[in-house]
Design a protein around this ligand. Structure first.
Ligand SMILES: CC(C)(COP(=O)(O)OP(=O)(O)OC[C@H]1O[C@@H](n2cnc3c(N)ncnc32)[C@H](O)[C@@H]1OP(=O)(O)O)[C@@H](O)C(=O)NCCC(=O)NCCS
Length: 200
């Protein structure tokens, strides 16, 4: 509800596990063109539960008058998160995939191992960001990025990377507008991606 001055109230809060379904809905709706989406809703729930609960990751929600209209998920240490998911959630992942996506997942995991474990600019990364399309172009994503950077600095992290599909020009403009610098072009699960970085 708008406050007494009739101005919408904007808040950013840390996501809880009870927000999981809603975040996954937003991911499927707005980040459909990603390897993670291809692996299905159950897989996304496993990944996001880690991004909400792990001390090496965070997810923050953006709400207008208590209605969630966007979120950002980021990792403080990508390797730890990846290895933890691989070893502790391996069975849940196997059972949530069908045969075809399971084979693809194995192929992509091996194919991307070098990328995930070696060719990184740094350990911390902005992973996912989305804003409801009726609220776009109000600098909401930029505020979520600012918040992620503050949390990183509070955790003594002073550099961050972000990887974006080569054809996602809006997100590339978003990160460039937020002072991210192009680092390199690379292939990930058969797609051309652009990595950007920023010193915090
Ligand atoms: C990318 C996204 C999060 C941007 O959200 P947003 O709140 O509209 O972004 P902002 O208002 O903070 O935009 C900041 C800058 O990004 C750029 N930008 C944003 N929307 C743009 C558009 N439609 N076209 C070109 N540039 C755009 C501009 O440089 C803008 O700066 P300006 O306001 O001075 O013009 C939103 O478009 C979205 O949810 N897209 C789908 C999900 C997605 O692709 N996520 C990224 C992959 S995980």
């Amino acid at each position: 509800m708008p406050n007494k001055n009739n101005i919408a109230e904007h808040t950013m809060i840390k996501a809880k596990i009870s927000d999981l379904d809603y975040i996954v809905d937003l991911h499927i709706k707005y980040i459909g063109d990603s390897f993670f989406t291809y692996l299905g809703r159950k897989f996304l729930k496993i990944i996001y539960s880690e991004l909400i609960l792990s001390k090496y990751a965070s997810t923050y929600l953006y709400a207008v008058d208590n209605k969630t209209i966007g979120y950002i998920s980021f990792v403080l240490n990508k390797k730890i998160i990846f290895i933890k998911i691989l070893f502790t959630r391996c069975l849940s992942i196997i059972f949530c995939l069908n045969f075809k996506t399971f084979l693809k997942c194995i192929f992509y995991c091996f194919n991307s191992m070098g990328y995930i474990l070696k060719k990184q600019y740094c350990k911390s990364e902005l992973l996912f960001i989305a804003v409801d399309d009726t609220y776009r172009n109000n600098r909401i994503a930029s505020k979520l990025i600012d918040l992620a950077e503050i949390v990183m600095r509070q955790n003594n992290i002073f550099k961050v990377q972000v990887s974006i599909n080569d054809d996602n020009f809006v997100s590339q403009n978003l990160v460039k507008d937020n002072k991210y610098i192009f680092y390199k072009l690379f292939n990930f699960y058969g797609k051309k991606m652009r990595m950007y970085y920023k010193l915090l």
